[in-house]
Ligand binder design. Structure first.
Ligand code: TRH
Length: 401
């Protein structure tokens, strides 16, 4: 018989509650980006202990410079970080209250067996990829029985509606961004650290993207804009490709193309990347985590979705555009759809860019409303904790959040 965590007396919050998060880095930075953000937030805002297992410390270090590459175990910002490797003895670990396998990774079999032996068994969650597709609502929170272990695993879907788990959003984020944007000296210092004199530019763009065949055509359009334009490109795939055409980019030196300045910048620690998004007039983002950070920055953004086989990602893109544009006037929505589609398919970026540029002020306005709509769904970390509470009966010493 499959037992569920319900009807058991377990405290799911407070330092005694241990949440275990498993993160396998498949590609890029989204996996660890999401797991690291969630881990920190659970510790800082929900008061639980978090043990984070990650199998790639080098990727982790790119978004969190304090990571020690030679340390199989380390404490980082209150999170107990462990290197996930083949020789871990899972039997020696103290049992966790909640176990999250993040983004389609699989908890090791020995660990699963240990979970099944525990009384009460931990709550086992599969934290899924973000998607705006309709079917997500029907699968969110659903139990997937694991008969061989007499355990349930629950699907937990981030998402854009009340019937999903919501989005990662820290309680102090808005305050942090507002304070930064109100402080000219702080902004100047931020740009200076990146080697940029920000007051020289009338329009600043951040460009976090996968390689793109049509990128040069966009650069040509930008040279036609009024005023001086800055485009900063974080180190990575696109910066490497561009360096073949503009070798100076490799060393971080600015490249001048008429009124347009191109500059590569180092990969920033996650909190600093938030500031960069707030400080730019337009943000090109990619993957699942940076798009959400662009939402909270409130500036107009363009999403390059992570490519999947047989163009499966285009359906996801369409689903997102549908939700994002739902409350827009139709002509505005058409311009957004066209530019997003073209940016994700290598179609032309001349006419579609010009049209998109023309609606940036309206988009900034729309983003404020869209942001409020999303925040009404609650944030992902709090929703996870509520979900865990529902699955366990609350103990008398349970600390209410
Ligand atoms: O790096 P990504 O392309 O990750 C992708 C996607 O998540 C994709 O959906 C997933 O399936 C694939 O990986 C395996 O894009 P994403 O999701 O935006 O993650 C980037 C992370 O890097 C995010 O947490 C923000 C962070 N970041 C920094 O911390 N500093 C930086 O300077 C930049 C540019 C990003």
């Amino acid at each position: 018989m499959v037992t569920s965590a319900a009807h058991l007396h377990v405290s799911t919050t407070g330092p005694a509650a241990l949440w275990e998060i498993f993160c396998s880095v498949v590609d890029n930075f989204g996996d660890i980006g999401i797991c690291w953000r969630l881990s920190r937030q659970l510790v800082a805002e929900q008061g639980v202990s978090v043990r984070l297992w990650v199998d790639d410390l080098a990727s982790f270090q790119r978004i969190c410079p304090q990571v020690c590459l030679d340390c199989p175990q380390q404490q980082l910002q209150g999170v107990d970080v462990h290197l996930w490797h083949a020789a871990v003895n899972w039997d020696e670990l103290p049992p966790a209250t909640v176990v999250i396998e993040a983004l389609a990774c699989s908890v090791p079999l020995a660990y699963q067996q240990q979970m099944a032996r525990q009384q009460p068994a931990p709550l086992w969650l599969n934290l899924e990829y973000l998607s705006a597709e309709q079917w997500v609502e029907g699968c969110h929170g659903v139990a997937s029985p694991q008969p061989q272990l007499a355990l349930n695993k629950y699907f937990f879907f981030p998402g854009f509606t009340t019937k999903t788990g919501g989005l990662l959003y820290e309680q102090n984020l808005q305050q942090r961004l507002t304070t930064f944007m109100a402080d000219d000296a702080a902004q100047q210092a931020f740009w200076q650290k990146l080697g940029v004199s920000a007051s020289d530019y009338q329009f600043k763009v951040s460009m976090f993207a996968y390689s793109h065949d049509q990128f040069n055509s966009l650069l040509q359009q930008w040279q036609k804009l009024p005023g001086r334009i800055l485009c900063v490109i974080p180190h990575g795939e696109l910066a490497v490709t561009l360096s073949q055409y503009y070798p100076a980019l490799q060393s971080g030196a600015p490249v001048q193309l008429g009124t347009l300045t191109l500059k590569t910048i180092p990969f920033l620690a996650q909190p600093d990347y938030d500031l960069l998004l707030a400080a730019c007039d337009l943000n090109f983002v990619r993957g699942e985590d940076s798009i959400i950070r662009a939402h909270w920055a409130g500036r107009p953004f363009v999403w390059q979705i992570y490519r999947q086989q047989e163009n499966a990602h285009l359906l996801k893109l369409q689903a997102f555009i549908h939700r994002y544009c739902q409350a827009m006037p139709i002509p505005l929505a058409k311009v957004v759809q066209q530019f997003y589609y073209n940016w994700n398919t290598n179609a032309e970026l001349e006419v579609s860019w010009r049209n998109f540029y023309g609606i940036l002020p309206q988009l900034a306005e729309h983003n404020r409303l869209w942001q409020q709509q999303l925040l009404a769904n609650g944030d992902l970390a709090s929703n996870l904790v509520h979900f865990a509470k529902k699955k366990f009966i609350i103990t008398p010493n349970f600390s209410q959040q």
